[in-house]
Ligand binder design. Structure first.
Ligand SMILES: [Zn+2]
Length: 288
């Protein structure tokens, strides 16, 4: 890839900073990516991107094969994430929490919320195999998308969006919908692949995020600054990451354990951020 000074995407205006200058970033048959010179947001080249804000349709049987085999682990992992997000809600009883998982896939987050934590968990995903599979397991899952969930205004305390925001061309379209369905004070918990991950940056001509299936379905790669800026611009208050790690330990350890375990982990996280070793961004924000 030739990182020259030429504009790789004439006429394209950055959804984060409003800049209009892009450098070429990666090239692949599945799609090219370009990088905003001002803020570092990485986006699919407009010629490769659908003009619609709707995500493409990965929600067919084959897309989820890779997840089916490790379902038990995913349910456990999603339960751990939910417990951390719940810490920010400050609601005394889990059964009072209305939770929506957008892009729920095969329903591991809904299962973790409903069966492990006792939340009122619902899911939403594109029509197709995933929704049918969830319903077959008895979960409350509706057909919809990240930009059109079909949910009523202000109907949820917690919205989770795990590895979904990168599937739409304009992240703010998704954030506006999440803001609409959350109650004031509600929490957004999201995970997105990091556009600042050093390994992905150095090996981008061969790294998986920019090739094949992921290059087909992924449209944006944010860094911490770009996602925070969009959150603030769309009515959210980004919350500090370290609180999450403390939350994971709540109720299961003493102050001594927190000192022994938490501090090194906080330091490790800072090191990962500074050295650009964060593969994914954990995003937590409060709806204002
Ligand atoms: Zn920009």
């Amino acid at each position: 890839m030739d990182l020259d000074d030429g504009d790789a995407a004439p006429g394209l205006r950055c959804q984060v900073c409003g800049g209009d200058a892009y450098r070429p970033y990666t090239h692949d048959e599945a799609g090219d990516f370009v990088r905003c010179r001002d803020c570092g947001l990485i986006v699919r080249h407009p010629c490769s991107v659908s003009t619609s804000s709707e995500p493409p349709a990965p929600a067919q049987e084959g897309y989820y094969d890779m997840y089916q085999g490790r379902r038990a682990h995913k349910v456990w992992d999603d339960g751990r994430r939910l417990q951390a997000f719940l810490h920010y809600l400050e609601m005394p009883h889990a059964r009072q929490v209305d939770h929506l998982d957008i892009g729920c896939g095969l329903g591991s987050m809904v299962e973790a919320g409903a069966t492990r934590l006792g939340l009122n968990s619902r899911g939403v995903d594109l029509p197709g195999h995933a929704v049918e599979c969830c319903r077959g397991r008895g979960f409350d899952v509706a057909e919809g998308s990240l930009t059109a969930t079909g949910a009523a205004d202000g109907s949820f305390d917690l919205v989770t969006v795990i590895n979904v925001l990168e599937h739409i061309p304009r992240t703010d379209d998704g954030l506006r919908e999440i803001h609409r369905v959350l109650r004031p004070g509600g929490i957004l918990g999201a995970i997105v692949p990091s556009g600042a991950y050093l390994k992905a940056h150095l090996l981008r001509q061969s790294y998986r995020n920019y090739h094949g299936k992921r290059a087909t379905f992924h449209m944006t790669y944010h860094n911490r600054a770009t996602i925070s800026r969009l959150l603030i611009g769309n009515g959210f208050e980004p919350l500090s990451y370290p609180l999450l790690i403390r939350a994971r330990l709540d109720g299961m350890c003493s102050a001594l354990a927190e000192t022994l375990v938490c501090v090194p982990r906080l330091i490790a996280r800072d090191v990962l951020f500074i050295t650009r070793m964060e593969r994914e961004l954990l995003v937590i924000a409060r709806r204002l």
